[in-house]
Design a protein around this ligand. Structure first.
Ligand code: KIV
Ligand code: NA
Length: 264
């Protein structure tokens, strides 16, 4: 069974089929989500928070994300694996963007990259696309710009909605295969989705986008105080806590290990 491709995602939009995207940062969760049929796995720079314990995405580096990306590629069989380009690894110039993207494709086996921004990164998108690197755009609340935004807040209200629409159209024209819309009004995401021929991937962008993405630790109940746009599908915090307590109690009481866990 072959990998999902960017052409499959374009065809899904033409057929009006919606699809899920999940983040993954290691081989085992990649295997699980892949086997569950999730067609696109994103090795997000959200790894800064959920893997490395930073409080924003800014500190994470290419060196931090390359091994996680390689693990997700090795753990999956069908999914298209998208590597997030970290802060300051692509903004300086198109050639910087290509050099960084090349590392994710050559050293980690990623199939596509994602970068944040609209018109300000069009030369980067154009060079990557001309080099054969599929590019996913990311507009709205772009967390690498949190300091410029003055916090994590909804983007694209009022006037700035028109700018976001223009950015989305420019990304499509530059050859992006999809665009993430993060934390924007549902009505704006609906208009952008209707105006583009490439798929939109929403997170906190309402129900109209062609795809939906969540950070897996958010939807599985590991993140404290997840954002309003997160739906919780599992309570792994409670389950892991229960299991850890239970293991500790068994060790203290001598109930573990039993004879069946040992060798004679
Ligand atoms: O880093 C990430 O997880 C992301 C998604 C939330 C789109 O960029
Ligand atoms: Na990201």
């Amino acid at each position: 069974d072959r990998r999902v491709t960017v052409r499959d995602l374009a065809a899904a939009k033409d057929r009006g089929e919606k699809w899920p995207m999940l983040t993954a940062y290691d081989a085992m969760t990649a295997r699980v989500f892949d086997a569950a049929g999730v067609p696109v796995l994103l090795v997000g720079d959200s790894a800064a928070m959920v893997v490395y314990g930073y409080d924003s995405t800014l500190p994470v580096t290419v060196a931090d994300l390359l091994p996680l990306t390689a693990a997700v590629v090795r753990g999956s069989r069908r999914a298209l694996v998208v590597a997030d380009l970290p802060f300051a690894s692509y903004q300086a110039s198109p050639s910087q963007a290509l050099a960084t993207a090349a590392r994710f494709l050559k050293e980690a086996g990623a199939h596509a990259v994602k970068l944040e921004g609209g018109r300000r990164v069009l030369p980067q998108v154009e060079l990557l696309v001309s080099a054969g690197v599929p590019v996913m755009g990311h507009l709205g609340l772009t967390p690498q710009s949190v300091n410029a935004f003055g916090g994590y807040r909804v983007q694209g209200r009022g006037q700035s909605g028109d700018e976001l629409m223009a950015d989305a159209k420019d990304l499509e024209r530059a050859g992006a295969f999809a665009v993430v819309l993060e934390c924007v009004p549902a009505e704006l995401a609906e208009r952008v989705t209707a105006s583009l021929s490439i798929p939109t991937v929403g997170i906190g962008a309402g129900p109209a986008t062609d795809a939906q993405v969540l950070v897996w630790q958010d939807m599985m109940g590991l993140t404290r105080d997840p954002a309003r746009f997160v739906k919780t599908y599992a309570d792994l915090d409670a389950e892991l806590t229960r299991a850890a307590h239970s293991f500790a109690a068994d060790v203290a009481s001598g109930a573990f290990p039993g004879p069946e866990h040992g060798y004679r």
